[in-house]
Each structure stands twice: as C-alpha cells, then as structure tokens.
Design a binder for this molecule. Sequence first.
Ligand code: HEC
Length: 162
Amino acid sequence: MRLRLLVVAVVGLVLAGSLAASAQRAPLPVPSPRRTLSESAPRQLNGVYTVDQALRGQVLYRKACAYCHMEELTGGGPQDSLITSPPLVGPNFRSYWVGRPLEHLVTKIATTMPKYSPGSLSRQEAVDLLAYILWESNFPDGATELPADSDELESIPFTEYK
Ligand code: HEC
C-alpha cells in the first residue's frame, strides 16, 4: 500500500514537472504583417513563378474563387451562405501548408475547387492560381513560370517566411 502511494506520488511529481516545463516554453513568435514584394522570402519559394502567370491566376481567381475566398483572399465568404471558406493568405494558411510540397496544394485546388464544381479547372489553371496565391503572400516572383509537372512541384516545399 505504501509502495503504491509512493508510485502515485512519484508519477504525480513527474507529470507536474513536465507540465511546468511546457508552461515555461517561449511563446510562439507573433506572425509578421504582410510584406511588400521587394522583401525576401525563403530560397525554396524565391522566384518560382512569374508575374504574368500570377496575373493569369488573378483573372481566374476573380471569376472562380473570390466569391467564397474573397477578393483579398482573406476567406470568410460567401456572405449569404452557411459555409465559410478559409483564407488563402496569412499565418493560418501558411502554417497549414508549410513543409508540404506545392504539388499537394495544386492537387487540392485542381481536384476540390471551386467547391461546387470540382474538377472544372485544368491543371495549368490550378498552377496559375497557385502562382497568384504565392504572389498575394508576397513571395518574390522570378523569370520562370511555376511548372505544371507533378515531379517538379513535388520537389518544391511550401515555406514559411524566414
Ligand atoms: C463555393 C465556395 C468556394 C469557392 C467558389 C472556392 N472555394 Fe476554395 N474552399 C472553400 C471551402 C468551404 C474550403 C474549406 C473546405 C475544403 O477544404 O474543402 C475551401 C478550401 C480551399 C483551399 C484549402 C485551404 C486550406 O488551407 O485548407 C484552397 C487552396 C482553395 N479552397 C482554393 C480555391 C481556389 C483556387 C478557388 C477558385 C478556383 C476556390 N477555392 C473556390 C470554398 C470555396
């Protein structure tokens, strides 16, 4: 009986210790506000699309996506509906996709969006839409378009700002 009490006490102490340790962990950094295009982003997402491509994506976005994800990509729409769409910019969006290959994001767009007519976009259109999303997140543009090739997109991870 004593032994059992002792065990309970020891386990309790260890648990309390680890709780205290996690409480002492440094707070997560506050996400920085949106940056201007001239500021640098991490290597992996540096210059992976062109401005022309992002502009093509923007035209498409306004037609097919803004209704739900809003013009500024901030999500929350459509106003007159029970569904609420997530933002496609900002810390929550980035933290969800960080570390995952761009291929996953393109597949998500190409196979599930627009919500009520999935599969209506070509793969090229989904890639152009992603270029626009990256542009809106202020990742710098480059001289080469984001490729539609799955293997290439598989090799580029979505990254957090540095
Ligand atoms: C009718 C409303 C609607 C339209 C139009 C729409 N979406 Fe969505 N979208 C949603 C909803 C709701 C979700 C969350 C549920 C889900 O992931 O399926 C979502 C999720 C997403 C996600 C995943 C976001 C995340 O972080 O999980 C992406 C990317 C996306 N949409 C892109 C697009 C693009 C690009 C278009 C235009 C081609 C588009 N959507 C059109 C409603 C919509």
